[in-house]
Ligand binder design. Sequence first.
Ligand SMILES: [Zn+2]
Length: 402
Amino acid sequence: MSIYTSSNPLDALAVENFREYLRIPSVHPNISYDASVAFLRKLAKDIGLQFKVYEHFPGKPVVVISWIGQEPNLPSILLNNHMDVVPASEEVWVHKPFAADIDENGDIYGRGAQDMKSGSIQYLEAIRRLKKDGVKTRRTVHVSFMPDEEIGSDAGMKDFANSKDFEDLHVGFAMDECFPNQGDVLAVATGEKATWQFRVHIPASSGHSSQLIQNTAGEKLHIVLGKFYNHRKEVLDKLLRNNLKQSDVVSINLTEIHGGVQSNILPSEIVMTFDCRFPIDSNLDDWENTLKSWCKEGGDDVWIEYLVKNASAPETKLDSSNPYWVAFEDAAKKINLKLRPQRLEGITDIRHVRSLGIPAIGFSAVYNTPNLEHKDNEFLNVDIFLKGITIYYNLIPAIANA
Ligand SMILES: [Zn+2]
């Protein structure tokens, strides 16, 4: 069902492309990115942009679409986004998650409508309009499309940012996703927490559960979990008492527990998985030692297996030392955008770029929209989508001429 019509052919085209992209089920697990790459190749050709695919891991393409500047030797602008989306439970969606239905309010439903296929198409459709209007920029603008952002980026930006291919893009400033803004003030993310996800392995004496034997997994788990959760409670109390932001404090959460084979056998191992996020100024070496010491309290044989272990990344400065920001802020002012710099609680791919010392911000042109990222019935209103193109139409040349 579609009632969307527009007298502006460029708007109609942008909406069609957005919906076509939403219909590609680039959804975890076991994504085939073939259809996404084919779609982007077609779109780049249509707009007249350079198209390149890097495949450092089989089946994990990184697509870079480039608008070459007048002075291509200058450091470039990177507009990053990701092709993958998180799963959707179809039975609870009002509209099918990969149908890109549009309802009578102009809301376009689809997994990825906010996170972040809208941003991907907005970047490209803004560049289409700039090219059409004869705008030329000094710097080259690269729009990069990553695989596997939603599952840790090992075969995506984490690898790509540290490659020769990335170095060759000569990036001076980068922009990536941010959450949708609920009001009309647009967040500008300057830094992110470091994420660590790890399994705590608790080996133990097995035996018959009728016996009170020592060194059981349950006893050890009780001690280790107590250490983690005592600290969690201290932080939570501080957060509530002092009215702090989530981005300013460490978060500690138990996310999985596995172990045991039968109800009358003492398990020979229990494994707990934790997700911890550390604020920007944390000393991560200290944290590693702290976690180790907590585990040691449970027993010398309790050990940590890291799944995700981000290094710390410097915060991007939003002041006169950052000429890209000066240009961004200036352009935003001209179109009356209200901006709010802040640190992010979650993580995005841009942290791997920031780790290299490249200034980078998180930004979303989506406003007056509830945050439905990773939630059911994710949608984006067509007017907000189109206004985002206008926003990027103004911001992109400003930073690319900085
Ligand atoms: Zn995202």
